[in-house]
Structures are given as C-alpha cells and as structure tokens.
Design a protein around this ligand. Structure first.
Ligand code: MF3
Ligand code: CO
Length: 258
C-alpha cells in the first residue's frame, strides 16, 4: 500500500527534508583528516535534537547510532566509532530524522582531501545515476523507471549497482512502499502517482560480487574491497514533474568547502 501525501503533509515533509539536508551538509563539511566517525555522529545527533527533531535510525531494528558512516569499501550502515578518517578516503554519510510525525532520509559521499581519479569518477557516476532516477519521477511513468535509470547509467559507466539494498517510499514511516531497486526493467509494476514521496538511493561499487555484512551485523562492505559510494535524495511526484525536497546538497557542500 502506497501512502500518497496531501499538500498539508507535503509541507511538513518538505520542511523536514530541508532541515535534514542542511544538517547533512554541515556534517559533511566536518569530514576532515583525523576526525573520528563518532564525532560526526555526535554532531548529527546534537543538530537534530537542537531542532526539536529525533534521530530516525537510532533504535531502528537495533541500529545503535544517529548517522551511518561508511568509509571506502564500506557501502552502507557503517556504525560510527573511534575510527579516524584519512586523506584520500571516501566517506558515505547517511542520516535520517523524524519531526512532527514524518521522516526524512538522505545520504551523500564525500572525499577527504584529494581522492584518486577513479574514486572521483565513482562519486560522480553515483550522483549522476541518482539525477537520472529523479528525472523519471513523473506522472505516466513507473517506479521501475527510476530503477532502470540507475542500473543503466551505472553499468553503462563501468561500475556496478548494489542489489541487496533498495530505495523506498517515506512519510509516517522511514521505509514505506514502494521499494526502489537500483536495477530492473522499465515500465513494470507500480505506476507513479501524484503525492508519492520517494527515496531513490543508488549504492555503487567497483566489483560485481554479492555484498558482505561484517560481524557487527550492520556494516555492508564490498566482497573484494572495491570502493563504494551512496547518494540518496527525497523526491515528490507532482503534476509539474519531480520536486526534489533535499535538493542542492552537493552544490552547497562544494560551495562551502575550502
Ligand atoms: N538510508 C538508509 C535506508 O534507507 C538508512 C537506514 S540505516 C538504519 O535504509 F540504521 F536505520 F537501518
Ligand atoms: Co533510505
């Protein structure tokens, strides 16, 4: 069952998404050589609570933190801890909050100082795959059009999508229907309708092997140690086309960095 949001609900969801994206950009700007991943988590939690919101991930199926921090070959769900990030690392940050009964969820991957050309290409391809998916969030289309756009773009650029985790709808729950895989045939299954709020979230890596989950029960890593990237935005299907609620995070990050 897919919950279509009313205008009044969308006002709240949009405000939450805007708040989340501002906090996530601030957390991303705090990613510097030597920072502990747990410091980033504390910053995220402090900022969320200061706004009268709550962390969305803490306690979700037992997840122990506010933020997911996934470094290099870690794909998603990295648990913050004493690890310090280093020059040349790539760091995926995934953050969710709940306020006034509605959830927001977004992610981005940043480099720590200069990163290798191949890492930079991985990040750019993942961002552009997300952009391609968002373009498909329009009336007359299907949820699987977003999936297809991601898979086609990523595989066409020599990288591989993660098949074990999917994007999702969002609203009163963090994860609502529909599921949005990062691959698949277009024009199948659920049609897009006005008021759907979707979180496409391409997870992209250099190998084409099944992902592994570490003994902590959460951290998903590439089996070969290949690098992985992850971006996620919230988009609403409207009569005027896709409306991105978390828009401009990457641009804001780039503008404010240095
Ligand atoms: N953005 C991720 C997702 O949609 C966040 C989940 S982390 C968890 O699955 F800890 F809450 F599971
Ligand atoms: Co998500």
């Amino acid at each position: 069952m897919i919950a279509l949001k009313t205008e009044a609900e969308l006002d709240v969801v949009a405000e939450n998404a805007q708040l989340l994206s501002e906090i996530l950009v601030d957390v991303a700007l705090a990613v510097e050589p030597g920072v502990e991943t747990s410091e980033l988590d504390r910053l995220a939690e402090r900022r969320i609570r200061a706004e009268g919101a709550e962390p969305a991930f803490k306690g979700y199926h037992g997840y122990p933190a506010t933020l997911c921090v996934s470094v290099n070959e870690e794909i998603v769900h990295g648990i913050p801890g004493p690890r310090r990030v280093r020059l040349g690392d790539i760091v995926s940050l995934d953050l969710g909050l709940k306020r006034a009964g509605y959830f927001a969820d977004a992610a981005l991957t940043v480099g720590v100082g200069p990163i290798s050309p191949e890492a930079a290409r991985l990040l750019a391809v993942t961002r552009d795959a997300l952009r391609a998916a968002i373009r498909e969030a329009k009336l007359g289309g299907y949820v699987s059009d977003l999936s297809h756009a991601i898979g086609r773009y990523v595989e066409g650029h020599g990288f591989h999508v993660v098949r074990e985790f999917v994007g999702h709808g969002i609203g009163r729950d963090l994860h609502e229907d529909p599921q949005i895989p990062n691959w698949g045939e277009p024009g199948k299954g659920t049609m897009l309708r006005e008021g759907m709020v979707l979180c496409p979230e391409p997870m992209v890596k250099g190998d084409d092997l099944p992902v592994r989950v570490r003994d902590d029960g959460w951290t998903a890593v590439t089996a070969s140690g290949a690098l992985a990237a992850h971006y996620e935005e919230m988009v609403v299907v409207t009569a005027d086309g896709p409306r991105v609620l978390t828009g401009g995070m990457w641009e804001a990050y780039c503008r404010r960095r240095t």
